[in-house]
Design a binder for this molecule. Sequence first.
Ligand code: GDP
Ligand code: MG
Ligand code: ZN
Length: 356
Amino acid sequence: MERELALVPGYGKTLVPARIAAQFSKQYRIVTDEGEKTAAVTGKYEYSAMSRSDFPAVGDWVLVEPLPGEARAVIHALLPRTSAMTRKEAGSVPDEQVIAANMDTVFIINALNQDFNIRKIERYLIAVWESGARPVVVLTKADLCDDPEDFISLVRSSAPGVPVHAVSSMLSQGKEEIAPYLVPGESVAITGSSGAGKSTLLNWLSGEDVQRVQGIREEDARGRHTTTHRELFLLPGGAIMVDTPGMRELQLWDSEEGWGEAFADIKDLAGKCRFHDCRHESEPGCAVRLALKEGTLDAGRYANYKKTEKELAFQKRKENAAVKRHAVGSRGRSAKSMKDRKSGGYSFSREGYDAD
Ligand SMILES: Nc1nc2c(ncn2[C@@H]2O[C@H](COP(=O)(O)OP(=O)(O)O)[C@@H](O)[C@H]2O)c(=O)[nH]1
Ligand SMILES: [Mg+2]
Ligand SMILES: [Zn+2]
């Protein structure tokens, strides 16, 4: 990173590092050594950005020029991301939106009530594996459940090797289980459906109400908002936590890598089929069908595997078509910049500032 930083004119002189704490379309809330400021990208930055993911997102490190005597700053450059949790954007040209950048760990939040949904956990797992961060499943609202252990084992069988914990933010139970992930200086994002209890968990771990909880008014007697919207918070122990907005539907984005990891057990089984191109339908010597029959592979899990495999193929076709349509235009680089990110490279293009 030093090599790249050295290429940025003004680094160490007028430009200082900052981290994105919230985004409101083109305005950002950033954290700097001198405290919080509002910021926007330069015109040049905006002009050279090729896709939505080239713009800063919550958790991103950027280089900014603070405006003297003002609580504002100008964002000049985006620093390379170590991980990026993304959501596919609907539209004729698929684009991706970064939900949280530079996360070390992502908590996949699911509630232990009627909203519990193992298929949803599997889908979030795909996205987290793909992001480059470490997934941890946190089952909330344990106070509403008589047998959290049953749910924990269910998740364990669907997410081999992924840590699973049950907590109650309401009763302050299970903090010791998630404390090991809250390492000072490390970043943890909380993701999961709306209403799963993400903001409540954040408030509990913060020891104060830093984030708005559903159904609870955050206005004071005069009707003014008492909190400034923010998504990135410093926890008392020194870890950073990012509260992501609830995603109604988590769309897959060409996440073959994450998908393969989320269903590694099925991939292993498929490797044991007699035919290497086995479709696990009526072929002889099919290890997948045998596992389904013997019950060592759960039918629901296999169905989700097939469903997400289809979506992935559809997504790929859509992406290829979009790349073809836009290959002639100068703004047709979104697919390329995403590949850059996947290779661990640096996707934001500025003259003389492309890492690979
Ligand atoms: N019983 C119980 N309710 C909870 C718990 N955590 C959150 N809730 C409730 O679940 C609802 C949604 O919580 P919220 O944190 O806003 O969810 P978010 O949308 O994921 O941020 C609120 O009514 C919370 O009070 C918990 O541990 N136990
Ligand atoms: Mg919330
Ligand atoms: Zn097979």
